[in-house]
Design a protein around this ligand. Structure first.
Ligand code: PDD
Length: 279
């Protein structure tokens, strides 16, 4: 298996970056995760657009031109015979002697790509997952996809230690913002599909965006508004979305059953539609 590191395709086991890389020292960098299904990148353009936005917000230059990045992604997929899984790409501000402020003499941003194989996502969602709530202690720019993920790491770990797969982050008002690495959705007893509107408190998920379009095609009633943890526990259905989880039903929140504890028809249908779209 290969990794791409600053212009070279190298053996993944030997791939490394400089100890003075600002991503390593200061989490001064951004990333993207693009799902791959049956050899096809899912929503590549939207992911690269979002990478450009994240870079812009942090005033980091593109490490390579956009078309070049597209080429590198494909070359790495080819070398690694990637059919199903994901492509991870990361851009950091670059290598410079440690100082919080940007390097005064501009340095070249560092670009790293890896791939990960996984088994092909099935339209069938399986039994669903449990989530655990956790206070959202992140910063006020969660719209930027940065590698500064320590609050997400701690929340996810707390969830895993309690036997849950994902953490749902709850803000000071009691509203669920999103998951540690996913967006959060519910279906109310009134039949409304609810997910929080995008602002600086959450990442504008690409899967979230595409699912909104698919939900519209199915003429589901979508409302973008905050929802509380209590409302989620009382909902008919709940689910998460991301490039890696696609659409995954949530059947338990903090040990409480959602609906009848089984995967509901809306999450099931939306996952089927999403997998069909990705194929
Ligand atoms: N996570 N919210 C957060 C905080 C995320 O980290 C992610 C993605 C999402 C979903 O976004 P998208 O649908 O574009 O994947 C929402 C990736 C998969 C990760 O960190 O591995």
């Amino acid at each position: 298996r290969y990794a791409y590191v600053n212009g070279r395709y190298v053996d993944h086991r030997e791939a490394s970056v400089h100890i003075e890389d600002r991503g390593y020292q200061l989490a001064d960098g951004v990333y993207e995760v693009v799902g791959v299904r049956d050899g096809k990148l899912i929503d590549e353009k939207l992911h690269i657009d979002r990478l450009g936005r994240s870079l812009g917000e942090l005033r980091i230059d593109w490490p390579v031109a956009r078309p070049t990045l597209g080429f590198i992604i494909r070359e790495l997929m080819r070398r690694n015979r990637l059919r199903d899984g994901l492509v991870y790409m990361q851009v950091t501000r670059g290598v410079a002697r440690r100082d919080h402020a940007f390097p005064t003499k501009p340095v070249k941003p560092a670009l790293v790509l890896t791939t990960k194989n996984s088994k092909r996502a099935e339209p069938d969602p399986g039994p669903g997952i449990a989530v655990k709530s956790h206070p959202d202690i992140r910063w006020e720019r969660c719209d930027i996809k940065t590698v500064a993920l320590l609050p997400n790491v701690l929340a996810k770990q707390a969830a895993r230690e309690s036997g849950a797969y994902e953490a749902w982050l709850v803000d000071g008002k009691g509203n669920v913002t999103e998951g540690a690495s996913t967006n959060a959705w519910i279906v109310t007893k009134g039949g409304e599909l609810v997910t929080r509107a995008t602002d600086n408190a959450i990442l504008a998920g690409i899967t979230r965006h595409t699912l909104k379009v698919l939900a519209g095609d199915l003429q589901l009633k979508l409302v973008e508004r905050p929802f509380t943890l209590a409302e989620a526990k009382d909902a008919k259905e709940a689910f998460i979305t991301s490039a890696t989880s696609f659409v995954t039903p949530v059947v338990k929140i903090d040990g409480d059953t959602v609906g009848d504890g089984k995967v509901g028809p809306t999450a099931r249908r939306l996952r089927e539609e999403y997998v069909r779209f990705a194929a």
